[in-house]
Design a protein around this ligand. Structure first.
Ligand code: A2P
Length: 348
């Protein structure tokens, strides 16, 4: 069955969509046919898939006929409209936007952390927020070993998290500054070149940003651990690829840095990179282009009884988005779950 899959990438011209196509090809995902969709603007253009190129088609209401599996990364509005249409056509959707993540009908999955949640899928599976994915990959083994009361996270997020237009804005602003031109800010709220911005996504009534609340709520859903209290500050930095996070964890029982290092060294998808004396710690430049979530600077928080500080870095387009989505797809194939049981599950 797996060999006959028709797979679509929606948002195929975007930063994550391109990475999805690359990841599907690099990992030899068992697709008999690949289709690439984007907006009308891109219809007729071509995107790379392995050593070939495929033609981009305009996404339309009837685009999912004959498609078994669709990976979406085209923004929340596109997902809200088209994912239910895909399910109604019998296509399983893995959605990278925030639109469906907190919907109780949609599993929110990091395959190394909560793969069994896929068994409950009803047609739409949500891919978590990029910063959340890399954090839960590290939190899960710590939760299992010692329990977690509280997590305080500050992020340092790359511009590619805002899509291709984020990458282009940092490039353009940097060029403008070197050419004595006043840079214009279109994608980010203020200048990102040679700056850091404590503002990602919109502000909410509680004065947190939506990005910060995604980390709070998604972490609890993925870990299925309502007792874990999370507080976040999300910051955009002038880095092209790779999100970094400073994370403080208060565990329920004592877990010292040495034990945490040993546990994390065994954790799936995680690489410990922690020898500060030798200048060994993860940075976005090392993590970019890699599939692992890197963790370093693991040390005891000396201000509380049971506390750890650590530093987590991953490629936001790969583990934070495209790779996680493809790993979900692989897990669905493995579990024989590439089928829609109830085509009306998302009918409005
Ligand atoms: P397009 O390139 O035609 O605008 P990024 O996250 O890098 O900004 O990419 C967003 C992706 O989502 C692009 O592939 C973009 O296509 C696609 N997209 C945006 N709006 C729509 C839409 N209404 N229908 C289909 N694809 C869309």
């Amino acid at each position: 069955m797996a060999k006959d899959l028709t797979v679509a990438v929606v948002g195929a011209t975007g930063a994550v969509g391109r990475e999805m196509l690359k990841t599907l090809s690099d990992r030899n995902f068992p697709a008999a046919k690949i289709k690439a969709f984007a907006s009308a603007r891109s219809a007729g253009s071509r995107v790379p898939y392995g050593d070939k190129e495929i033609a981009v088609e305009e996404l339309k209401e009837d685009s999912f006929k004959g498609v078994d599996l669709a990976l979406f990364s085209a923004g929340g509005a596109t997902s809200l409209k088209f994912a239910p249409l895909a399910v109604a056509a019998g296509c399983v959707v893995i959605d990278n936007s925030a639109a469906w993540r907190m919907d109780p009908r949609c599993p929110l999955v990091v395959p190394e952390v909560n793969p069994d949640a896929l068994d409950e899928q009803r047609g739409i599976i949500a891919n978590p927020n990029c910063s959340t994915i890399q954090m839960v990959a590290v939190l899960k083994p710590i939760l299992d070993a010692a329990g977690i009361n509280r997590v305080v996270v500050s992020t340092y997020q790359a511009v590619s998290g805002a899509g291709q237009k984020g990458v282009e804005e940092l490039e353009r602003q940097t060029r403008d500054l070197f050419n004595m031109r006043e840079p214009e800010s279109k994608t980010f709220p203020v200048r990102i070149a040679f700056n850091v911005i404590p503002h990602i996504d919109v502000f909410l009534e509680n004065d947190y940003t939506k990005e910060e609340m995604k980390m709070v709520n998604e972490t609890v859903k993925i870990l299925d651990a309502p007792e874990v209290r999370v507080t976040a500050t999300c910051v955009r930095v002038p880095v092209f690829y790779g999100h970094a996070e400073s994370v403080n964890i208060e565990t329920q029982s004592k877990l010292d840095a040495r034990e945490a290092r040993a546990i994390l060294a065994q954790a799936p998808g995680v690489r410990v990179s922690d020898n500060p004396g030798e200048k060994i710690y993860p940075t976005p430049i090392d993590a970019a282009g890699d599939d692992f979530t890197f963790v370093g600077r693991i040390r005891n928080d000396e201000t509380i009884e049971n506390g750890l500080n650590l530093w987590i870095v991953a490629d936001n387009l790969r583990k934070g988005a495209a790779l996680n989505a493809v790993q979900i797809a692989e897990e669905l194939v493995k579990r024989n779950l590439v089928s829609v049981k109830d085509r009306d599950a998302f009918a409005s």
